[in-house]
Ligand binder design. Structure first.
Ligand code: PLP
Length: 387
């Protein structure tokens, strides 16, 4: 039996090992371990890659969100529209500032924020909409901008899973007032530890975020406001900088794997694409890249008819890695449910997806026999095999 991990970081990092070692030696000998030219060089190339004026390396994707919200002056009593179906950090960063996450439902086909539902949840206290480009697929950036300007809201894009994804040619992280991404090792541009990035093309927001990144300090040892230590290490920046030019090729390899799954499973009984109108007919629904420019951070199936956990057990028995992103929508997390935030009673799609989703291997270095084994196993399960 072939083993297929959900993610194997080894091959990608081994290919650049000699360069990583040289970069480590360079940083070591420089004795500059905080900020400095290596970080600035990485930031400059990230900004160029994304088509934004400013990019700031920070300590994590979570801190990128927190810092961006602080730069927007979000605090006590402000409301922020966020999808209920996402990773915890999206909401955690809002709540940590004393602001209120307002739960918005998502679309069952592309899994991203449902703007019609967002419109129902806007109130006089709403300040920001925080769309998440989930699993590597961009939201409709045109509709997003129109929505934000109609309701006079700021946009903070949570692009933790979507660095390099585009919508009609425009990069995620380049359309919002601010963007945030993560270099957590499982992301398409994955570091060797925690770090993240804040982007903006607004000079004033960039200046503010730069100051807040270092304890609100300017000039040295003078603090007009309270920031924190949100810095990215230059060592991390140097390592990520070596991987950045390879990001398009990593993203392309992921798309190749997604195309393979679609081609291999096309027309198989019980399997269909996750498009409007097909749910009733199929047991396994394959994710669709509606933008045509997604980066496939995850390949996330919907498994209908209450069979998701059975498929997870079936794949696990066949030594195929898989994971549920995410098993509980955020409005049901204990810390938020007890706070009674608004919107949680009307996000049925988030509830449904939490019960149906299952992500399977899609990492760039997936071998041909590995992805064939995954596809064969999905076809077997959909055809009714039990082992
Ligand atoms: C959607 C989303 N937002 C925020 C984050 C937070 O990023 P980090 O883990 O780098 O703090 C993640 C990372 O997992 C994420 O997937």
């Amino acid at each position: 039996m072939i083993t297929v991990p959900l993610l194997d970081l080894g091959p990608q990092n081994r290919a650049l090992e000699a360069q990583f070692e040289a970069a480590f030696r360079d940083v070591l000998r420089s004795n500059q371990f905080i900020m400095g030219p290596r970080l600035e060089a990485f930031e400059k190339d990230c900004a160029a890659f994304l088509g934004v004026k400013h990019a700031l390396g920070v300590s994590s994707g979570t801190d990128a969100l927190l810092l961006a919200l602080m730069a927007l002056d979000i605090g006590e009593g402000d409301e922020v529209l966020i999808p209920s179906f996402t990773f915890f950090a999206t909401a955690g960063s809002v709540a940590r500032l004393g602001a209120v996450p307002v739960w918005v439902d998502v679309d069952p086909h592309h899994f991203n924020i449902d703007l019609a539902d967002a419109a129902r949840k806007v109130s006089p206290r709403t300040r920001v909409i925080m769309p998440v480009h989930l699993f590597g697929q961009s939201c409709d950036l045109v509709a997003l901008q129109a929505f934000a300007s109609a309701h006079r809201l700021r946009i903070l894009e949570d692009a933790a899973q979507s660095m390099g994804a585009r919508w009609q040619g425009r990069s995620t992280m380049s359309v919002g007032d601010l963007g945030a991404t993560s270099f957590f090792p499982s992301k398409n541009l994955g570091g060797m530890g925690d770090s993240g990035l804040v982007t903006t093309s607004d000079d004033a927001l960039a200046d503010r975020a730069r100051i807040l990144r270092v304890h609100g300090m300017q000039p040295k040892y003078y603090h007009r406001e309270i920031g924190a230590n949100f810095r990215m290490d230059p060592l991390q920046a140097a390592l990520l900088h070596l991987k950045l030019p390879h990001l398009p090729e990593y993203n392309c390899a992921r798309a190749g794997n997604a195309n393979f799954y679609h081609a291999a499973l096309k027309g198989k009984p019980g399997i269909a694409e996750n498009r409007p109108g097909v749910e009733a007919a199929a047991k396994i629904l394959l994710p669709v890249d509606f933008s045509g420019q997604g980066i496939w951070n995850q390949f996330t199936l919907r498994v209908t008819g209450g069979r998701r956990d059975a498929l997870k057990a079936f794949l696990t028995a066949r030594k195929i890695g898989c994971e549920i992103y995410y098993p509980i929508p955020l409005h049901r997390q204990e810390c938020f449910a007890s706070a009674g935030y608004r919107g949680g009673d009307s996000v049925p799609v988030s509830e449904l997806l939490s019960a149906e989703v299952l992500s399977i291997p899609i990492f760039p270095e997936l071998a041909p026999d590995q992805r064939q084994w995954v596809a064969d196993s999905l076809a077997d399960f959909a055809a009714g095999k039990t082992e």
